[in-house]
Design a protein around this ligand. Structure first.
Ligand code: COA
Length: 168
């Protein structure tokens, strides 16, 4: 049991121990163990790992990348607030996973808030925060916080930057 722990979230580095990580989904376990460092080296995504404060075992992680969304995929009400470019700059939360030992104790929520705060604090210009959910079940987690699925791709969810400012 890991109740009442303080979490530390930092860019994945060689001091992190990810060897025990198990969120119950093989693809997400393999990603942190085998692919995350490569993706960071190639500037495909940045990976942020959650550990107990001053410890190195990874209990959760999320990835962030730059992205873009076709303007026509957004509702008219949002389109009207944006310039008439074909696509809109976005940030992408590509993966988020919590170890089975830490699930149901608020770490997923904490990492989602951390990801949003991180991109709001950055100097990058972006208008839409996009999340790629692993499956329908995972999409339910994000919908709980108000993220909306795209009609054309229900596993991709989004919120505008303006809405997220209020959320924070
Ligand atoms: C989905 C996941 C990220 C949630 O993380 P967590 O730390 O267990 O979630 P939290 O403890 O922060 O839960 C916050 C709330 O979300 C709810 N919740 C958790 N998973 C949910 C889901 N799949 N659908 C709807 N609600 C969900 C919890 O019941 C809780 O509700 P409450 O505040 O009313 O009690 C985690 O269970 C996980 O990593 N699962 C396996 C990998 C995965 O599916 N990743 C999803 C992204 S691809």
């Amino acid at each position: 049991m890991l109740k009442n722990c303080n979490w530390q979230i930092a860019l994945l580095n060689s001091s992190h121990d990810k060897s025990h990580f198990d969120c119950g989904i093989d693809a997400l376990n393999d990603y942190i163990k085998k692919l995350a460092t490569q993706d960071m080296k190639r500037y495909v995504s940045n990976v942020f790992a959650a550990t107990h404060t001053n410890e190195n075992q990874v209990y959760g992680y999320y990835t962030l990348s730059a992205s873009a969304i076709d303007l026509e995929n957004l509702p008219r009400s949002i389109q009207q607030r944006l310039p008439r470019y074909t696509s809109v700059p976005a940030t992408l939360l590509g993966r988020l996973a919590v170890d089975k030992d830490a699930q149901g104790q608020g770490l997923g929520t904490h990492m989602l808030a951390s990801a949003v705060q991180r991109v709001i604090d950055s100097e990058l210009a972006w208008a839409i925060f996009v999340i790629k959910a692993k499956d329908k079940n995972a999409a339910g987690f994000y919908q709980k916080f108000g993220f909306l699925p795209f009609e054309s791709a229900p596993q991709l969810l989004w919120a505008s930057r303006e809405e997220l400012k209020i959320f924070m």
